[in-house]
Each structure stands twice: as C-alpha cells, then as structure tokens.
Design a protein around this ligand. Structure first.
Ligand SMILES: Nc1ncnc2c1ncn2[C@@H]1O[C@H](COP(=O)(O)OP(=O)(O)OP(=O)(O)O)[C@@H](O)[C@H]1O
Ligand SMILES: [Mg+2]
Length: 408
C-alpha cells in the first residue's frame, strides 16, 4: 500500500530552485515588452494614421518564431485602443483553421459572438462580417495571427479570401475603415502566392521582427529569470552562457525561456543548489528537438513529404546526407507509393525553396565532374527527427503510414 504521507513528502518541491516557475512559461504574459522599441514605434505610427484619416489597408508583420510579433503587436494595439475611442482592435488566431471558410467564420465570431453554418458560404460569412463592422467605431484594426497556416482548400483559394476581405463589395458599400494586420513568419505574398489582383490591394507596409541578439535576450529574460528562481540559483556565468547559446542558435525568446526552465528542472533533479553550465548544455539539444518536432508536425503534407525524401536514403542503417533533387524525386516515385506522393521535379524545387526559407534545410551547389553542377540538400537538424515525427504526423494525415526508409 502506498504511504501517501511519504509519497507527497518525497515529491514536494522543497529543494526546488524555483520560486515561481510559471514566470518562465512563454505563454505567461510578461509585465512589459522589452527591446522592441523600433517596432513599437513603427506600429504606433501606423495606428496614429487615424488622425490623418488614414490606416493602411494591410500591414505585414513578419519574422522568425519567438521574436515577439504577437506580444508586441497586441500590446501596442491594446494600449492605443484604450486611449482612443474611435478605434477598435480585434485579434484572431488562425492557427487551427483548416479551411478558408472556417478562417472567415472565426473572424465573424470574434466580431459578433456567433458563427455561420456551412450553407452560408464564404460570401454569407463576409456579409455577416460587414454587418457586424457597421456597428463598430469609425476605425477597426483586425489582427490576423499565424496567417501562414491558411491554405488552399477544396472550395476557395487564399486569393479569394483576401480579395473579399480587402475589396469586398459589402465593405466598400458601407464605407467601413478596416485595416488588416497580418502576422506570420514569412512575407505573405511569397507564402500564399496571392494573385496580382489581391497583391495590388495590399499596402507595402511591413514591420520586420529580426531574431533576438544577446543584448535583447538579456533584457527580456533577466527580469523573468530573477522572479522565477530563488536568489542566487542562476549564477552570472551560467546566465550568460545560456543567453549566448540561445542567441547564437535561435534568437527566439520562447526557446530561451524554455531552456532556462528545463535547466532549472535538471538542476533540481540532480540535487544541485544552482543551475550550472552543464544543466543548460544538456537541455540545448532537447529544446532544439522539441521545437523542431513541433515545426515538423505543423508542416503541410507536401513539405513533410519532401523532407521524408531528403532523409529517406540510408546506408548501413545511417541516414545519408546530402542528397540531390533527383534523389528526392526518385524516393517519392517508388512503385509501391500512392499517386499523391509523385511530386514533379518542379514542385519539389519550389518546396525545397520553402523549406530553406523556413530554415529546415541547407542547400549548396557542387560540381560533380561529368554530371555537372548539382544542388546538394541537407537538413539543418538531426535527420532522424523526421523519421521520429512520422508516426505522429501520420495519425493526422493518414497518407504517411506507408513510408519506410529505403536502403540504397
Ligand atoms: N520583446 C519581448 N518582451 C517580453 N517578452 C517577450 C518579448 N518577445 C518575446 N517574449 C516572450 O516570448 C513569447 C513568444 O513571443 P511571441 O509569441 O510574441 O513570438 P512570435 O514572434 O509571435 O512567435 P511566432 O512566430 O511563433 O508566433 C512571448 O509570449 C513572451 O513571453
Ligand atoms: Mg505569434
């Protein structure tokens, strides 16, 4: 029989190094936005446009993960709206929206508290959006976060969606002043391949959030590490080491916060009274793997498929890289594979460019004697992680169950 007194005493975190671990949760709202003064200034300048009777139709807010796009933009908009009656700001995260219809419905829901049935169609939902906005203040800023998760679906393509949002008849007829701010990792036109009629209605306003350097990560993490840990639990040199590595590897505040939390847990598990360099070091790899896995599981099917082709060639049980585009093509055209896997070389090349922009692969050109110059492709992370992600990926998209790595 379990002695619960013993159990609870043993598992009580009395020798924990933390005083308030939750402060290191990237989802916890920080007290202040730090080290983003120039971006805050740009955003505020756009908002202040209302005093000249102008808001840009679109603002693209882009940059790599964990660089403060969401937190900074929401905070600046919220503070501005709290001081200005004639403007309303609404925030919608589109990450979970699988179709363009559901994305539009999510916006409608944010504005009205209601959803439309499928029979309403995209036009019906937009009609609802314009009706709702008619009741709004003179100016509305709509923050659409994680917009790069929007994809072509069987009924509409992203251009249809944006055309309605930016040029919709209902909006023009009612004289609604709507500014749509698009938050994403990539510049949107590139990402969604919008057609020219939509591109011409988008303004060129962009606000870029670059990866954080050491100084910025110190500004963001110092107050939180101080609050999260007991006094003296993170010595200066360990803190500096963690910051340096986080800046060099990622430039991502979310990962940096996670790194210090995990290092603190490691130190507690080892019964140490402070976080050492070694505690940080063992977690660098784990943090890398966890976040890469998340990215992989979020990839569209074809992108993931190409990665399986890049990491599918083995020799002596070891994954062999680099590979060429032809090798990826060959891998995806195996006889036993279903039709959907047979991407053309041209499609593969486009997907490779995407994967490179996302920082998932590296490519370079090598001269190979008679074969001429060939593009070499390699993952920027441990290739085995693609294989590891496959089962989880396959539970969401049933196609993948068939894939097995090829022996060369
Ligand atoms: N400048 C900052 N000041 C304070 N905290 C920050 C700052 N930047 C990032 N953070 C912390 O990191 C977390 C992640 O930042 P945020 O969600 O804004 O990144 P993002 O650029 O939107 O990333 P993604 O591209 O993945 O959506 C925030 O919730 C916050 O805790
Ligand atoms: Mg974000």
């Amino acid at each position: 029989m379990t002695d619960y007194d013993d159990l609870f005493t043993e598992t009580a975190p009395d020798d924990s190094l933390f005083t308030a671990k939750g402060v290191l949760d990237p989802l916890a709202d920080p007290e202040e936005v730090r080290a983003r003064e120039s971006q805050e200034r740009e955003l505020a300048t756009h908002l202040n446009g209302i005093h000249d009777e102008y808001l840009p139709p679109t603002v693209s807010i882009h940059g790599p993960p964990g660089t403060g796009k969401t937190i900074t933009t929401r905070r600046v908009c919220r503070e501005f709206a709290a001081r200005t009656e004639s403007i309303a700001v609404e925030y919608v995260n589109l990450k979970e929206c699988r179709t363009l219809f559901s994305a539009a419905n999510e916006i409608y829901y944010e504005l009205s508290g209601e959803k439309k049935g499928a029979y309403a169609g995209l036009d019906g939902v937009f009609e609802g959006i314009w009706n709702a906005l008619e009741e709004y203040p003179e100016w509305t800023v709509l923050l659409l976060d994680e917009i790069d998760h929007i994809q072509q679906d069987t009924n509409y393509d992203p251009s249809d969606f944006f055309y309605r949002l930016l040029r919709g008849e209902g909006k023009l007829a009612r004289g609604i002043n709507l500014s749509v701010w698009l938050l994403s990792n990539e510049l949107l036109e590139v990402d969604l391949r919008l057609d020219s009629r939509v591109e011409s209605t988008m303004s060129d306003e962009t606000v870029f959030f670059p990866p954080y350097g050491e100084e910025e990560l110190v500004a963001i993490l110092e107050p939180r590490v101080e609050r999260a840990f007991r006094d003296g639990a993170v010595p200066e040199d360990a803190f500096e080491y963690g910051i340096r590595e986080a800046a060099r590897r990622w430039g991502d505040a979310r990962k940096a916060l996670t790194l210090f939390r995990q290092a603190g847990e490691t130190a507690s598990e080892r019964g140490l009274d402070e976080v050492t360099k070694d505690c940080l070091e063992v977690n660098l790899e784990t943090t890398d793997r966890d976040t890469t896995m998340e990215t992989l599981l979020d990839l569209p099917f074809n992108h993931f498929l190409v990665l399986t082709g890049i990491t599918g060639w083995k020799r002596g049980g070891e994954i062999r890289q680099p590979v060429t585009t032809a090798k990826v093509h060959e891998f995806l055209h195996q006889d036993e594979y279903p039709e959907e896997f047979s991407l053309s070389e041209r499609t593969i090349r486009t997907l490779l460019t995407d994967l490179e922009t996302m920082g998932l692969i590296e490519t370079w050109i090598e001269s190979k004697g008679r074969e001429g110059r060939q593009k070499q492709i390699e993952t920027t992370f441990e290739p085995q992680w693609v294989q590891d992600a496959m089962t989880d990926y396959a539970t969401e998209s049933t196609y993948l169950k068939a894939i097995v790595a090829n022996e060369e």
